[in-house]
Design a protein around this ligand. Structure first.
Ligand SMILES: Nc1ncnc2c1ncn2[C@@H]1O[C@H](COP(=O)(O)OP(=O)(O)OP(=O)(O)O)[C@@H](O)[C@H]1O
Length: 205
């Protein structure tokens, strides 16, 4: 298994949102988190990514297996598209960004400062970053926000080839990516019944 989550309880803003969350993801597998707004999908992804502690339960993953793409793009606006990708490649000890440029059709934008990209183009750059991490498990929070139909298809193709190469993905998305191989985890039954109050993650704003 690339990721195993067992009996996890998580909170946001001191309020328990989900409890008893258990699932595992193997190589080649994609799992889509489903549930209404506010149920705790972002909180779950952040917890699995190690950005906040769990209240209870276990998360098992190889320490260098994860790459997280959340709501904020983490793109450096004064650097060009190529420079951004090179920067991330360096961080992850990789050198080749050509696949990332091609997969998200960023070649025509390669020299443009990222700050001048449109919202959808920025998103494509944010997702292209995944391809230079070399990480096995992609954690994706609403990855298709701002993407048009063509870019959604690019993203779906990137996921497919990642899975085919032995990678895996855990994602929150409201749209159907047309990934037949993806499994769905409905978080509805895991909604917390016993809210607790503490303030350990008040920096989560
Ligand atoms: N600082 C905070 N203090 C208290 N509650 C918060 C705080 N931030 C978020 N919440 C609540 O925590 C719950 C979980 O939020 P989360 O973003 O994980 O949900 P989500 O399933 O990702 O939602 P969406 O589909 O809208 O993105 C929500 O009900 C939200 O209102």
């Amino acid at each position: 298994m690339i990721l195993t989550v067992q009996d996890l309880s998580i909170a946001r803003g001191g309020v328990r949102v989900l409890e008893g969350v258990s699932f595992s993801i193997a190589a080649g597998q994609a799992l889509v988190l489903r549930g209404p707004n506010g149920i705790g999908k972002t909180t779950l992804l952040r917890t699995v990514a190690g950005l906040q502690p769990a209240l209870d339960g276990r998360i098992e993953a190889a320490p260098d297996a994860l790459a997280y793409v959340g709501h904020s793009d983490g793109i450096k606006s004064t650097l060009s598209v190529t420079e951004n990708l090179n920067f991330w490649a360096q961080v992850f000890g990789k050198s080749d960004i050509s696949l990332a440029l091609t997969a998200f059709e960023l070649e025509p934008l390669a020299d443009r400062p990222a700050g001048l990209l449109s919202a959808g183009q920025k998103r494509r750059l944010g997702l292209a970053r995944l391809l230079v991490t070399g990480r096995k498990l992609w954690l994706l929070d609403e990855p298709t926000v701002s993407l048009d139909a063509t870019a959604v298809a690019m993203f779906a193709a990137a996921i497919r080839s990642h899975l085919a190469g032995g990678g895996a993905a855990l994602m929150a998305t409201h749209i159907d990516l047309g990934l037949d191989e993806a499994e769905v985890l409905d978080l509805g039954p895991m909604r917390a019944k016993t809210p607790v109050s503490d303030a350990f993650d008040e920096d989560f704003l």
